[in-house]
Design a protein around this ligand. Structure first.
Ligand code: SF4
Length: 306
């Protein structure tokens, strides 16, 4: 699977080797080795900034460019609106990092819109495998959330309608009878879910081809969250409630400890969550700006000193 390095792209990260970031009276605060905004979302934001600077007419992103309402509002004030569909648009449209279905691209071109395509290069990986598998006669099984924009886009690359989207191994038995099955997944999928689906498919179908399309940013964030959750007494997961990768980080933390909480802002943190903790861990989804992580770390430090 292509990595950011393969693609010649650098991925900005918070790299912190589980250092003790703040020593407080009540508890230590540790930040996961890899957390927060990923290179794909950062790239989409940079392309949006460029579009705002060069704009000479109406400009909108198709859906919010990032799962961060404050940032979306700021971009809107500076001239990039959010559109739910193409019907009312003119000028320039920005496709966000999730990508869009092929039909949406065609419709935008037919309407004469300028397109800024901020589809993450790592979302193009499952898109390309979906196309390749269907061209080679495989029934394509996508593991992920059917309602998620990324999956709607990936599905459109299957050329003959021979595709199913499933969320877990429990749904493998409901798949149609096929000779050749090709499995890919949402870039933000939990690795253990993917492995269980593969195992079930191998037990059921004659020929199974697998492409692991979990992106490197997701892999690194999930591994770092799992590692820290084992050491912590309480985990704070920062990110949008509508963000798929943030929800998965929360699930991973909950595998190790019951005190794992998702927050969008520092105001949501409740002192009782932290009671009796010696180590409080922080992780953050791929749309969470580093500035917000720092704010929440500062807020926790104050609570630890209280
Ligand atoms: S989570 Fe992965 S696939 Fe999604 S935008 Fe970030 S780097 Fe790209």
């Amino acid at each position: 699977m292509a990595s950011t390095q393969d693609l010649g792209l650098n991925e900005p990260e918070i790299e912190q080797t589980h250092q003790l970031s703040t020593q407080t009276k009540k508890f230590e605060i540790r930040i996961a080795k890899t957390a927060g905004i990923c290179f794909g979302v950062e790239r989409a934001l940079n392309l949006s900034e460029k579009a705002i600077k060069e704009k000479s007419g109406p400009l909108a992103s198709l859906g919010p460019i990032i799962h961060n309402p404050q940032k979306v509002a700021e971009l809107s004030e500076r001239g990039m609106d959010v559109a739910e569909d193409l019907s009312s648009l003119s000028g320039t449209v920005v496709f966000r990092s999730h990508g869009v279905p092929i039909e949406t691209q065609s419709l935008a071109l037919a309407r004469g819109l300028n397109i800024v395509d901020a589809t993450c290069p790592l979302v193009k990986v499952p898109q390309n495998f979906a196309r390749k598998l269907s061209q080679n006669g495989y029934f394509v099984v996508i593991v992920g959330d059917k309602a998620h924009p990324e999956i709607k886009g990936v599905m459109s690359y299957v050329q003959n309608g021979e595709v199913a989207v499933i969320k877990s191994e429990a749904e493998v038995q409901g798949l149609p009878e096929k000779e050749k099955v090709g499995i890919i997944c949402q870039t933000t999928l939990n690795k253990s879910v993917f492995e269980r689906v593969i195992e079930k498919c191998r037990a059921r179908f004659k020929e199974v081809k697998v492409y692991n399309t979990i992106c490197s940013a997701t892999r690194d964030r999930q591994a770092a969250a799992a590692e820290l959750a084992v050491e912590a007494d309480c985990m704070i997961v920062i990110g949008g409630r509508n963000s798929s990768n943030t929800q998965k980080l929360l699930d991973i933390c909950k595998d190790s400890l019951s005190r794992a909480f998702l927050v969008e802002t520092q105001e949501e943190i409740r002192p009782e969550w932290l009671e009796g903790s010696k180590v409080v861990g922080i992780t953050a989804g791929a749309s969470t700006p580093h500035l917000l992580i720092e704010k929440i770390r500062g807020c926790l430090a104050q609570m630890g000193n209280a």
